[in-house]
Design a protein around this ligand. Structure first.
Ligand code: IFM
Length: 480
């Protein structure tokens, strides 16, 4: 192979340039090149009930907010007005923009406001949402648990008690029976690892406990068992359903790879935060805080797909601080950051996350990916460069079936209230006014063209051009 091609081949292997464009080294050829996604690929956005519906008065988050536990004592209030009817205009926004999927969650505390009371009207309303989504050409992906629990469940001890498993199963069976006509893709839990970590180790989520690793692992275990029970319950009422779980994957790399304590703690945090559900659902083993595991064969294989939420990647440095569980997390030097510095732009981390997800040996959906960015300063580039990583995974034949951006509209961001802005559309909670950000148009073009070319990159994120279509870089290579 000539030297130039050897180098471009190396770039292609790195995923820096698309393999099939290897021979096209000229700038004008880059303009003709396109990243193409498979037919039927799902493009859409993700939301969660408590973050958009508003007026969710019967769950533990509402109580937590009203106890003043959210930043600036903010509350979710009327949310984005979905329960008061705005869901429909937002679904229409997505459909008009050419999306073909939408992820939303159902609120357990609305459907079962008390242990022995079911609200059929609430169920009927979710049925309408799912049916309307379908009629609008949006494939609904419905999450059954997204961080909120009915207050009565929390008062009974929540997910620390094994009774929650059977309770959840009953709830899921009811929802699946009501919505099965319109919903094919179900997600049992959203980010159970974050629910357990924030609620029992960090303390930012209810019940606000800190450093209680034992409780966190109990919760993770019950949620894994509840997932398996829900998997079985849904398949019983809807044999052709696709039932998955949504996992938050946070890449963890040693800050100083040459320093063994950094390698050790990065690995430990990876296993705690990322690997629990891999062991449970792909291998049928439950791990505990000491990483000893016990067999749980009933969990194995209870997964038709895996939902992957990826935002950023961490560098972990060993510390003696117990409050950080001996690992201080930071970001790679020089990485662009989200508005409040909580998300670093590390698109290659999504590729690594997908490699990890591929080990489950089931189809993969990106169920969330996005950035807090009110001015849309970083989002267009973030979006394109992450979608590029999905394409890299696809050319390896990893079975990625869709990409759902977080989120459709700005919404209530848990401990940060209304101060974070993840929407393709801005949403002012006071006026309920929606405003499309440039990224809304960019994402519409991605969805409508089922891919993208250099012209789209130049229009929305010229800074990403050298990464995605590195013609100038190749000119430089040619000169060597
Ligand atoms: O808003 C959250 C969502 O509820 C779960 N995943 C991460 C998002 C952004 O922080």
């Amino acid at each position: 192979m000539p030297r130039l091609y050897r180098k471009t081949a190396a770039l292609a292997d790195e995923g820096i340039i698309p393999t099939r464009q290897r021979p096209y080294l000229e700038d004008e050829m880059a303009l003709a090149a396109r990243y193409v996604f498979p037919e039927g690929f799902l493009w859409g956005t993700a939301t969660a009930a408590h973050q958009v519906e508003g007026d969710n008065t019967a769950n533990q988050w509402w109580a937590w907010e009203h106890a003043g536990r959210v930043f600036q004592k903010q509350t979710s209030g009327p949310g984005c007005g979905w329960w008061r009817g705005r869901w429909k205009e937002d679904f229409a926004r997505a459909a008009d923009a050419g999306h073909n999927a939408i992820r939303f969650s159902v609120e357990w505390s609305r459907i079962q406001p008390e242990p022995d009371r079911w609200d059929e009207d609430a169920l009927e309303r979710y049925r309408t949402w799912a049916r309307t989504a379908r009629q609008m050409g949006l494939e609904p992906l419905v999450t059954l648990h997204h961080f909120t629990d009915p207050l009565w469940l929390s008062e009974q001890g929540g997910w620390e008690t094994s009774e929650a498993v059977a309770r959840f199963r009953t709830f899921v069976e009811r929802v699946a029976s009501a919505l099965r006509e319109y919903v094919r893709l179900w997600a049992t839990f959203n980010e159970p690892n974050i629910y357990a970590y924030r609620g029992y180790v960090e303390g930012a989520f209810p019940p606000g406990r800190t450093e209680d690793l034992a409780a966190a692992f109990t919760v993770l275990t019950h949620m894994a068992q509840a997932h398996a029970a829900a998997y079985e319950a849904i398949h019983r009422v809807q044999p052709d359903a696709q039932v998955g779980i949504v996992l938050h994957y946070r890449g963890m790399r040693p800050a100083r790879p040459w320093f063994p304590p950094d390698r050790w703690i990065a690995r430990l945090h990876h296993r705690w935060l990322n690997d629990f559900y891999y062991h449970a659902l792909a291998r049928g083993r439950l791990i505990g805080p000491g990483l000893r595991s016990q067999a749980a064969p009933e969990l194995r294989g209870t997964l038709d797909y895996v939902g992957l939420n990826y935002y950023t990647e961490d560098q972990v440095r060993f510390t003696l601080r117990r409050s950080e569980v001996f690992g201080a997390h930071g970001f790679p030097a020089g990485a662009a950051l989200s508005a409040h510095g909580e998300i670093a732009h590390v698109p290659a981390g999504l590729y690594r996350a997908l490699r990890w997800a591929n080990a489950f040996r089931v189809p993969i959906y990106i169920t969330e990916n996005g950035v807090d960015d009110p001015d849309d300063r970083l989002r267009p580039r973030y979006l394109l460069e992450h979608v590029h990583q999905v394409w890299r995974a696809l050319i390896n034949n990893w079975p990625v079936r869709g990409y759902l951006h977080w989120s459709l509209v700005d919404n209530f961001e848990w401990e940060w209230g209304w101060t974070r802005h993840f929407g393709l559309w801005a949403c002012d909670p006071q006026t309920q006014r929606r405003t499309a950000r440039p990224s809304a148009h960019l994402f519409a073009a991605l969805a409508q063209n089922n891919g993208f070319d250099a012209a789209l990159v130049d229009r929305y994120a010229p800074a990403a051009r050298p990464v995605l279509f590195p013609a100038a870089g190749l000119d430089a290579l040619r000169a060597t």
